[in-house]
Design a binder for this molecule. Structure first.
Ligand code: SF4
Length: 339
């Protein structure tokens, strides 16, 4: 484990509007153990993104976790992946080389690396001449391998570079030595609920104090939505606390889109409340899993939802439920009833 020379940072969030587009994380919490295999295909664990999905709209959760319906590639999500990769990789450099030009220069390479893993992302920047109706014009979007990027891709790369550059106005990577980057964490609560997630960065001060850092490529939320944004960070704090026996001292959200930093110092009551909330969520998810009753909940983010064609709120029909619905006993037949 390394140490951070800057902990704690006292920068507080200012203002900002909007949140990142959904879908920044791959759906699918169902792999692995956790729930006993009585119901194959049922969710077995909870991550912050999927917990947020269920709170936003239970039907959205079902489509992502149980049906695993495909979603269209998103330029915003791909940009987030590339920017995260650059910020992570920059720490491979010696401290004195963690400069803005060096960080910007990593963007194209990380995009190419992502494209190699997910070739379908090329369609985000396909030019008319690259479509089957036009003359072949080299690589979709002009990169990689085609030399000059197409205008859409060039603009997108410039936006990613600008986000990377803004990071330097919020933190000084030459003064940081993260203890962990892209840390996968998983723990099982006493109740049996398995929690998992990936933490962007963990800093550890010489005192042993831990700071959990998450990068967001969007703008900081308005103050009334800050609690929602911090829920993810408290989730990570709870997992780390349970795993390592020491509560993180500081949670820090770095909003590259607006140039804000939101921090929170959690306490035991905070994390106990998050644990209670997660258990309640998990009970609700289990009930919906067994009954097959996943209610749509319309909200402002429906406009971002790829599943409108399957959503009753928009005149669609969900696909057949892939799990076995558990019959419910009538109350009179329930064990222990008088009747
Ligand atoms: S369109 Fe809205 S209500 Fe329908 S599944 Fe998506 S988020 Fe839920």
């Amino acid at each position: 484990m390394g140490t951070s020379a800057e902990l704690p940072d006292t920068t507080e969030a200012a203002s900002g509007a909007g949140q990142e587009a959904p879908g920044q994380e791959a759906a699918g919490d169902v792999a692995g153990g956790g729930r006993e295999p009585a119901m194959p295909g049922a969710p077995t664990s909870l991550s912050p993104s999927r917990a947020a999905d269920f709170m936003r709209c239970p039907l959205l959760y079902r489509f992502r976790v149980i049906d695993r319906l495909p979603e269209k590639p998103s330029a915003a999500a791909a940009k987030g992946t590339v920017v995260h990769a650059v910020l992570e990789r920059l720490f491979d450099e010696p401290a004195e080389r963690r400069s803005v030009p060096r960080a910007r220069s990593l963007v194209v390479g990380e995009w190419e690396r992502l494209l190699a893993r997910r070739p379908e992302l090329a369609e985000l920047f396909a030019r008319p001449e690259d479509t089957p109706d036009g003359e072949p014009g080299g690589e979709p979007g002009g990169e990689p391998g085609g030399g000059v990027p197409g205008p859409e891709l060039a603009r997108w790369l410039a936006e990613a570079e600008a986000l990377v550059e803004r990071w330097f106005s919020l933190e000084d990577p030459s003064r940081l030595e993260p203890a962990e980057r892209e840390l996968f964490v998983e723990t099982r609560l006493a109740s049996g609920l398995r929690l998992r997630g990936i933490i962007d960065r963990v800093d550890v001060a010489p005192t042993g104090d831990v700071r959990v850092v998450d990068y967001k490529t969007g703008k900081a939320p308005r103050p009334e939505y800050a609690a929602e944004a911090l829920f993810q960070m408290k989730f990570y704090a709870l997992v780390l606390w349970r795993l390592r026996g020491r509560m993180p001292r500081r949670l820090q959200l770095v909003y590259l889109g607006s140039g804000d930093v939101l921090t929170h110092d959690p306490d035991e009551r905070d994390l106990a409340a998050v644990e209670r909330k997660l258990l309640a969520l998990w009970r609700a998810i289990n009930e919906a899993t067994e009954s097959g009753d996943w209610r749509p909940r319309r909200g402002p983010l429906c406009g971002w939802c790829d599943f409108q064609a399957h959503c009753p709120e928009y005149g669609g029909t969900p696909p057949p439920y892939p799990l076995v619905v558990q019959p419910r006993l009538p109350l009179d037949d329930a064990p222990g009833s008088d009747g």
